[in-house]
Design a protein around this ligand. Sequence first.
Ligand SMILES: [Zn+2]
Length: 185
Amino acid sequence: METTTCRQCGTAFAPHRTTQKYCSTACSRRRRDHEWRARHHSEATQSLRAQLESTAVKYRIRSQEAAVEFHRLLDAAEREARDQLSFQANRHERETEALRTRLRDLASINVDIACEIPELKAQVTELQLENARLIHSERADFQELMQIAGRLFELCSRLGLPLDKATKEIFQRRGWRTNTLVPKQ
Ligand SMILES: [Zn+2]
């Protein structure tokens, strides 16, 4: 008698028909159940996989959109920063140019003043010399006046005359002696 192996439990058995694959109806049912469960499980897995893929696609699209938006914002920020920088640079350049112009004006004024200084110095020196000459001349005049005053005082004393009023006032102003030797009568 020929035997074959049960495809469900692996037991060797003598089949009634050549197409018999299982040792018993229990094994056959078990096999059927197992296959049904495997098929069902596979369907569930496929459905879950499809769901996951769809979700992944959705998130991929959303992520791409976010990336596009991010780049858009980044570009805008970069443009803004560049504009700001360019504006500041222009203003700075204008201010620098204004300062440079002012500096040039001041430099030219400075040159004018520098040219006038030697002239002014010469004038000051001249005035100082003139002043010294005047002081010297005044001293000489004073000495001559003293000489004349002394001589007048002496002559008046010898003649026994008092000083006239105007001369006396001059003597008094200068702190000189005014009482000539007038003989008592
Ligand atoms: Zn079996």
